[in-house]
Design a protein around this ligand. Structure first.
Ligand code: NAG
Ligand code: NAG
Ligand code: NAG
Ligand code: NAG
Length: 393
């Protein structure tokens, strides 16, 4: 396993803005000093991301090779899947048992490993839920399966009390995973998208927080940070205006399933390279590290950056010594411009540097991941179904 660091995780909950706005410090793990994982793992990542968004995995010669190695590859994929220097996670409790989870605005379920998931426990070293230790646990016996950017999981639906810090949801629908095909740095996932996307057919945790009056406002927000182990924060119940500049610019959610909105354009500054200039569909996804878009647009923008295609990895690489000279990327949303600097969009693995702008064959919209969120504060307004964005402090 080429992972040398398993970071110790913790979550510090600080009460802000009265009693019902909760701030979670997020933990982050950097891969700056790590070697780039093997190409076949990168393909696995691509295929898992395809499945998360409902596309069939690519059946290339390489993909067949990947399948034959999957026993071994699955474990190693951890190094890559949620890496790319932009991975954020925190702590929740299920039936008073603590788990590290990724807060994912691109899915709608909360799941953790069960004691039946040998793979999760033995191969991945994940924590697992012990039914016998929870009095509030109830199983529904209904099976579920979910596919993510990080792999797929299967298990049964249950309910138990769930804590996000001192904020306690009573009888949250959860997935108890007994089969998983890949490891992550975290034990499970806490989905923050809408109910229509729920594979466990549960009311999502944030809707429960609203229904049980645990949060001040039906809003949560993310302030992701780069450059230190402090990953920034997730705020449940509101926004903190000292974490962003100026007013938030709002754009309506166009389909309340993922956090889908209309983007007006994306370009590499000063290169006359604007794409999606008559508008296109985009999804705000805290659970995806990079910016993902249609093949031709991504090719065009990477050429404008000056990045060169590396066929081994199917990534666009840049010279690690000239990152500071690269142009900034501009995102046009609701009549405003939002920026991402090259120091943020270039992903560094020792001496391998690539642009965090990748393509997905067949995709005709954009997935706006952590590369964007690390420079822009994003508010997710659940009740009014809109997304507020402002440059992050
Ligand atoms: C908002 O964030 C700032 C900076 O982290 C912090 O100092 C402040 O306490 C927060 N605001 C409130 C009202 O808690
Ligand atoms: C896992 O859960 C499924 C239901 O999704 C069940 O059919 C299966 O028997 C369980 N397998 C194990 C190994 O517990
Ligand atoms: C956004 O949605 C609100 C409420 O549905 C509506 O009043 C407003 O006009 C919409 N804004 C835009 C720019 O479409
Ligand atoms: C892609 O980059 C890797 C790592 O630097 C290198 O070993 C490989 O030869 C490159 N592939 C191509 C096709 O340039």
């Amino acid at each position: 396993m080429n992972i040398s660091v398993i970071t110790l995780l913790f979550c510090l909950i600080v009460l802000v803005e009265g009693r019902k706005v909760h701030r979670f410090r997020l933990q982050r793990r950097s891969h700056r000093h790590h070697k780039l994982p093997q190409p076949h793992l990168h393909l696995q990542f691509r295929n898992a991301l395809r499945r998360k968004y409902g596309y069939t995995p690519l059946r290339t010669v390489n993909a067949v090779q990947v399948a034959s190695e999957s026993g071994k590859g699955a474990v190693l994929s951890e190094a890559l899947i949620n890496s790319y220097d932009t991975n954020f996670f925190g702590l929740v409790s299920v039936g008073d048992q603590p788990f590290t989870v990724q807060f994912d605005s691109g899915s709608s379920d909360l799941w953790v490993p069960s004691s039946n998931c040998e793979f999760c426990i033995k191969k991945c070293g994940n924590k697992f839920f012990q039914k016998s230790k929870s009095k509030s646990f109830r199983s529904s016996g209904v099976p579920f399966s979910i596919t993510y950017g990080s792999g797929s999981v299967k298990g049964i639906v249950a309910t138990d009390n769930v804590g996000f810090g001192d904020l306690k949801i009573l009888q949250q629908g959860i997935g108890l995973v007994n089969i998983s095909d890949s490891c992550s740095v975290f034990d499970g996932i806490a989905g923050l998208a809408f109910q229509q996307l729920s594979m466990t057919r549960s009311v999502p945790p944030f809707q429960q927080m609203i229904d049980q009056q645990l949060v001040e406002k039906p809003i949560f927000s993310f302030h992701l940070k780069s450059g230190s182990s402090d990953g920034g924060s997730m705020i449940l119940g509101g926004s903190n205006s000292s974490l962003y500049y100026g007013p938030l610019t709002y754009t309506n959610v166009t389909e309340a399933k993922y956090w889908t909105f209309r983007m007006d354009g994306i370009e590499v500054h000063g290169k006359g390279s604007r794409r999606c200039d008559s508008g296109c569909k985009a999804i705000m996804d805290t659970g995806t590290s990079l910016i993902v878009g249609p093949v031709m647009d991504v090719l065009y923008l990477n050429q404008a950056i000056g990045a060169k295609h590396n066929a081994t990895y199917d990534l666009y690489t840049v010279d690690c010594d000239s990152i500071d000279q690269l142009p900034i990327m501009v995102f046009y949303i609701a009549g405003k411009e939002f920026f991402v600097k090259p120091q943020t969009y270039v992903i560094v693995y020792q001496d391998f540097c690539f642009a965090g702008l990748i393509d997905m064959r067949g995709l005709d919209y954009w997935i706006i991941g952590d590369v964007f969120l690390r420079e822009n504060y994003v508010e997710f307004d659940w009740a009014r179904k809109r997304i507020g964005i402002a440059p992050a402090v």
